[in-house]
Design a protein around this ligand. Structure first.
Ligand code: FE2
Length: 252
């Protein structure tokens, strides 16, 4: 396993650009393999032609009692690992993808050869989403002033922001994710189906790229052992494990 590698420097640059409302990436889809990533808050490189499972930044029981240790261990060692295994199969099938970071692949997804594009989308998305998810959680942190100021200006109040996030999360049909992103100086709540995320094809057509601050995994495997069919309990408990310290860093 390898440690997470964050793109702190790049993220500062991206945030600064967002601050003046002008972040559009110049990379064309056809050049996705060589353009630098300005937006990705997390870079997952290949090592010797393969992606590997990042170590959790805490013990499996570190998020108890809100997320149980058994769920965390299975989620990390089985589900996350399975996405990586399938992603590596895609890399093996398409040699032009070898050596590229996962962010390169996702930001320019439509330029990935069609024969492996779905594999990269589903399993590459799974690898990125879970790697980012682990970093987004920590017990005992408090919402910082940068985020609370943004939440209040974007949603009217912290309570309204949280209510909106919970409502949106409950509205995701089937398996997917809800995300909190910074875009146009505003916090926005986005959703994605399956293992999609806001990075996918963000380089295409010079679209404005959102800064992902955190997301919640809404697949049943994330909560079923503890909460069974009660997604609402999992979502409302999630506030206890959001890593607000990490979010303040992302907003600097
Ligand atoms: Fe998951």
């Amino acid at each position: 396993m390898e440690n997470f590698k964050t793109t702190r420097k790049n993220f500062i640059k991206a945030s600064a650009l967002i601050g003046i409302g002008s972040l559009t990436l110049g990379a064309k889809a056809s050049s996705f393999l060589s353009e630098p990533n300005l937006n990705a808050p997390l870079i997952l490189p290949q090592t010797d032609g393969k992606f590997t499972l990042p170590a959790l930044p805490y013990a499996y029981n570190a998020l108890e009692p809100f997320i149980d240790a058994q769920t965390m261990e299975i989620h990390h060692t089985k589900h996350h690992q399975a996405y990586i295994n399938k992603l590596n199969e895609a890399i093996t099938l398409e040699s032009t993808l070898q050596g590229k970071s996962l962010e390169d692949l996702l930001l320019g997804l439509s330029a990935v050869p069609e024969k492996v594009r779905s594999m990269v989308r589903n399993h590459g998305g799974g690898h990125w989403n879970h790697s980012f998810f682990w970093k987004s959680m920590k017990l005992g942190t408090q919402m910082g002033t940068k985020f609370s100021t943004l939440a209040t200006s974007s949603f009217g109040s912290i309570d309204q922001f949280k209510a909106n996030f919970e409502k949106v999360s409950m509205g995701v049909f089937g398996s997917g994710w809800a995300w909190v992103v910074l875009q146009d100086k505003q916090l926005k709540i986005m959703t994605s189906a399956n293992q999609d995320n806001p990075l996918m094809d963000a380089n295409k057509d010079n679209k404005r790229v959102p800064i992902i601050l955190f997301g919640i995994d809404l697949w049943e495997h994330a909560y079923y052992l503890k909460h069974k069919n009660k997604r609402a309990d999992y979502v409302s408990n999630f506030w206890n494990v959001v890593n607000w310290d990490e979010i303040e860093i992302l907003l600097k």
